[in-house]
Design a protein around this ligand. Sequence first.
Ligand code: EPU
Length: 430
Amino acid sequence: MDKFIIKGGIPLKGEVQISGAKNAAVAIIPAAVLSRDVCVLDNVPSISDVEVALEILAYMGAEIKRLGKSKIQIDSSRITDGTVPYDLARSTRGSSYFLGALLGRFGSARVPMPGGCDLGSRPIDQHIKCFEALGAKADIQHGIVDISADRLIGTQIYFDKVTVGGTINALLACVCAEGLTIIENAAKEPHIVDVANFLNSMGADIMGAGTDVIKIKGVRALHGTEYSVIPDQIEAGTFMVAAAATGGDITLKNVIPKHLEPITAKLRKIGVYVEIADDSDNIRVVGRSKYQSVDIKTSPHPGFPTDMQPQMTTLLTMAEGTSMVTESIFDTRFKYVDELRRMGADITVDSRVAVVRGVEHLTGAPVKPSDLRAGAALIIAGLAAQGTTEIEDIYHIERGYEEMEVKLRNLGADIVKRYYPDDDKLRKAL
Ligand code: EPU
């Protein structure tokens, strides 16, 4: 089993290159199925969730070529069947995008219910509702979602809840439907806009992505394209918080500052210095030794992102005073709090609200993340803590962060990845 071993207390210094956005890439890769031509994607992050999406494509008969570290070519022309294998689908949330993409291309799809981080209940009722509104029939049996339609016909879709996955699946299913589709109460995250831009670069006719009403005029077919994925807003935010937590001074390269505004605003409020030059794709973050408490409530974009909640809560454990953190998107996104308590944090959680009372410092401990962003939070805690932190189950982190430990080492952190074969033996024996 792999672990990260971190010796904390070193301020991060230097420059870090931010990779392509996970949540855009895991949607754009399935979206490539909609074209029978070749698609070339650049700025694709090397993370395990992307590997799973590519494996699913390859299983279905697509030809994938690596043109460089972050550049891939996808030829989906030979895919004839819309069935996704169970084990691959179960390991990520992004596998649900094969529903919309395969339905859009073949008029049918068989995709196991998706997996992904365990953050509480994650239904797909809104996805199904939009497929049905477009004229498809859906059936869930033995863990598999089976959808089919004789014709997909443009319609009005109103989401009862703002949903990133539902909005993307609606786009994928309706780009080639007959006539006009209007999606209301759509999600507005940067990766929604990126998926729409990708589809438009293939010949789709989508207007309004990034607002809560998106209009799509169906087109007959989509052609191939070359497209570069946007930088990862959450990876950037994670490095910003890591710099703040260690009292460091780092410059993030390849970011879109606009996407980071909700994070930048909260960091500035607690006392972090954030410098953004006009028309620049760099951000400089300078930490301090003391911060003030702040209240945070997660909400859909442009609100404070739920995917930054664990990292920001970790920083607040070291701020003066009491902060209230309210999680309004997912039922159980405070599981990492028990691990932070091992490190000396003073946090109480009541349902979706965490009360964080600042402590002087955290201390290193053996800890275990329950999901991807919990893992990011524990890395930040380990970097800031006095002493050594051992983080187990780092496969959670590798799902969404490209070479995290290498990037941190380049910023001066003392972090190594170690393989412990004895842990594997022990697990088998239990
Ligand atoms: N929801 C429903 N019904 C649905 C769909 C969603 O009730 O049909 C609920 C969910 O249970 C949740 C809320 O609506 O309470 C929002 O869920 P959403 O659909 O927006 O989330 P998602 O598409 O499952 C994506 C990201 C998550 C990120 C959320 C929110 C991907 C692959 N995943 O999930 O990313 O937290 O949007 O921004 O894009 C992560 O990267 O760590 C991560 C968990």
